[in-house]
Design a protein around this ligand. Structure first.
Ligand code: SF4
Length: 383
């Protein structure tokens, strides 16, 4: 599942690949290249990264770095705060082997999971082409032809484009199946097991968020094809129990789809974020940690403990949040409860009566809680 960046709603080429972008986009591309570093190739985004981006749309830091194609893992390393993040090589290889097994023999088993009685009769068009733009166009054509043919059709690793924060991202789902009635189903193949018909809810949730990104991109294509409709139930394919046999489950992604659509739509455009930076700012990993820390600090972050499972910069941002005494480091729900109190120090002062308006419900609740604590712990609990 790879993707790369480009420009324009009619999928214009990735800013990474030196293709024509249109007059407005060229300075933007140059600025983004400066941000990455003159010799640094852009890091492609994928649906997993987009799903994580959509989960924290208030983080301009991530939006800018992802939009500029900065490799956040390399940046975190250069900052001196590498985070153990991403799939292990073993998990990656196991995932690839399982996907190859699912798609072997023309995707027979995969199509059977969708109830196709004669998988051998299904069409399997070639969607390969030069570059992401060519593959996106080839995929759109194959989807249009398959819908018109009213035949079961399996598209293996099609390519879709989605504009995010003014920057197109190319996405590669595991597969898309076209039904004879014009219905399109996204197929997501994962190597975590499905035991007795159910799998780890956290992993299924992550897969659903990822699949919702594909559905969103696919809907843009379907809007141009008569009779096409994108299914909001995706097919999740996993190994059955502890075997290597594939089993499937339909996952309703309507909720994830509406959240992703809303969140991605809220994001500020990447060129706006870049324009707000001090001149000369760069995230080039060849720079020293101090310069990089200053550059990263120039963009607002929205740290939450959830970042630890979703972003390569999590250790760096957590350290910054802790150093600033920001209540965000305690979690979004705690942050929400504390209203206008934004630092741990302000919370302690309010709780101990050193500051804060006692008529403020948050301050009153903190004082009540501090009183109860002191009562339970006795003199030793007073601070
Ligand atoms: S770790 Fe930092 S950059 Fe990444 S999403 Fe969280 S706050 Fe944003």
């Amino acid at each position: 599942m790879n993707a790369s960046l480009g420009s324009g709603p009619e999928p214009t080429p990735p800013h990474a690949q030196g293709q024509h972008l249109g007059e407005r986009a060229v300075p933007v591309r140059q600025r983004l290249a400066e941000l990455r570093g003159p010799t640094v190739a852009p890091h492609p985004l994928d649906a997993r990264a987009l799903a994580a981006l959509a989960a924290n749309p208030g983080c301009e830091r991530r939006a800018l770095l992802d939009g500029a194609g900065v490799n956040k893992a390399v940046l975190a390393q250069a900052l001196g705060s590498p985070a153990p993040f991403g799939q292990s090589q073993f998990a990656f290889m196991r995932g690839n082997a399982f996907e190859a097994r699912v798609k072997s023999d023309g995707g027979t088993e995969l199509l059977r999971l969708l109830g196709v009685e004669d998988p051998a009769g299904a069409l399997t068009p070639d969607v390969s082409a030069a570059g992401p733009e060519g593959r996106t166009a080839r995929t759109a054509l194959a989807l249009r032809e398959a819908t018109a043919a009213k035949a079961w059709t399996l598209l293996d690793h099609p390519m879709l484009a989605l504009e995010v924060a003014g920057t197109p991202v190319y996405l590669e789902p595991d597969a898309v199946v076209v039904h004879p009635d014009g219905h399109w189903t996204v197929v997501e193949i994962k190597s975590f097991p499905m035991l007795d018909g159910s799998a780890d809810p956290a992993k299924v949730g992550a897969a659903a968020r990822q699949a919702a990104v594909y559905v969103l991109a696919l809907e843009r294509v379907a809007a141009q094809v008569a009779g096409a409709e994108v299914g909001h139930r995706v097919l999740l394919v996993c190994p059955k129990d502890f075997s290597n046999l594939p089993t499937g489950s339909a996952v309703d992604v309507r909720k994830q789809l509406s959240v992703t659509r809303r969140q991605l739509g809220r994001m500020r455009r990447v060129e706006e974020l870049a324009a707000a930076l001090p001149p000369g700012t760069t995230f080039d990993p060849a720079c020293g940690p101090e310069e990089l820390t200053e550059a990263v600090s120039a963009v607002d972050a929205a740290y939450a403990p959830e970042c630890l499972a979703a972003c390569e910069l999590a250790f760096h941002c957590r350290e910054q949040a802790r150093d600033a005494g920001a209540v965000e480091s305690l979690g979004r729900s705690v942050r929400g409860e504390l209203g206008g109190l934004t630092t741990v120090e302000a919370v302690l002062d309010a709780a101990q009566g050193r500051a804060g308006d006692p008529s403020d419900p948050t301050v009153a609740a903190l004082r009540r809680a501090a009183g109860l604590r002191a009562e339970v712990l006795g003199p030793a609990g007073r601070s």
